[in-house]
Design a protein around this ligand. Structure first.
Ligand code: URA
Length: 217
C-alpha cells in the first residue's frame, strides 16, 4: 500500500514544497525541520493503524480507562539523510527501540552504482512493527538492502516506510522485492529518475541539504 499525503490537501504538501524550493534550501535548519515535521505527521497517521489496548489510569480524582499503544515500534533509519525524519518519528514514538544502517552509493566507472551497507545496529525485530525512514525513495535499492539486512534480526510483523519524496519506479521496486504487505507513506510522489538515480523534480541531495556536502571517495 502506498499513501501519498500530499494528495490529502494538508500541511505536508506545503512542507514538501519548501524542501524542493531552491530559494529556501540554503536554510539547513528549515530543511531538517521540514523533514522532521513530515515524519511527525507520518508517525501520527501510522499510529492510527497500530494495535491499542485499554489501560486503567488513576488520576488525582478517579479512574480512567485509557487507550494506550499496545507496543512501541522499532524505528530504523538509513544514515545520514534519514536522521531528521528519524527524530520526527522518535518524538512521537518516544519509547521506541532504534536501528541505524549506513548505506552509501559506491559509484562504478561505467556510471552505475552499487549500494554498500557498512554499519548496522539493530535490535531483534521478530514479530515487531518496524518503521524505516529514508527521505528519498529513489531507485529503492538502499531500502531493499536495508530490509534484507534488518531481517537478519527476525521476521517483523509489519514494515512501514516513511519518506518525504518517493519515485514511482522505486516504490514498484521495493514492493516487488519486499512484498505488497509493506506500507509506504510519503510526502509526495514524482515520476522521473535520472540515470544517476536522482528524483526529478525531487529536491536534490537530501543528505547534503540537511548536513552539508561531503568529500567524494
Ligand atoms: N537521494 C537524494 O538525496 N536525492 C535523490 O533525488 C535521490 C536519492
Amino acid at each position: 500500500m502506498v499513501i501519498n499525503l500530499s494528495e490529502q490537501h494538508n500541511l505536508v504538501s506545503n512542507w514538501v514544497s519548501e524542501l524542493r524550493n531552491i530559494d529556501i534550501q540554503g536554510d539547513r535548519m528549515r530543511f531538517r525541520n521540514n523533514l522532521e515535521r513530515i515524519a511527525a505527521v507520518i508517525a501520527y497517521e501510522i499510529s492510527k493503524t497500530l494495535p491499542w489496548v485499554e489501560q486503567e489510569v488513576t488520576t488525582p480524582l478517579g479512574i480512567h480507562n485509557s487507550k494506550v499503544l499496545q507496543e512501541q515500534p522499532v524505528l530504523a533509519t538509513i544514515l545520514r539523510a534519514g536522521l531528521p525524519m528519524h527524530t520526527g518519528l522518535l518524538n512521537f514514538f518516544d519509547k521506541a527501540d532504534n536501528a541505524f544502517i549506513s548505506a552509501y552509493r559506491k559509484h562504478n566507472m561505467d556510471g552505475t552504482f552499487d549500494i554498500e551497507l557498512e554499519y548496522i545496529s539493530c535490535p531483534s525485530i521478530e514479530n515487531r512493527i518496524v518503521i524505516i525512514s529514508d527521505p528519498m525513495l529513489a531507485t529503492g535499492a538502499s531500502l531493499v538492502k536495508t530490509i534484507a539486512a534488518i531481517k537478519q534480526e527476525g521476521e517483523p510483523a509489519q514494515i512501514h516506510i516513511a519518506c518525504a519524496i518517493a519515485c514511482t519506479v522505486g516504490v514498484e521496486h521495493v514492493v516487488s522485492q519486499a512484498g505488497d504487505e509493506i506500507c509506504i507513506w510519503c510526502g509526495d510522489i514524482d515520476d522521473e529518475l535520472t540515470a544517476k538515480g536522482y528524483i526529478v523534480p525531487g529536491l536534490g541531495d537530501a543528505g547534503d541539504l540537511a548536513f552539508g556536502t561531503k568529500a567524494q571517495f
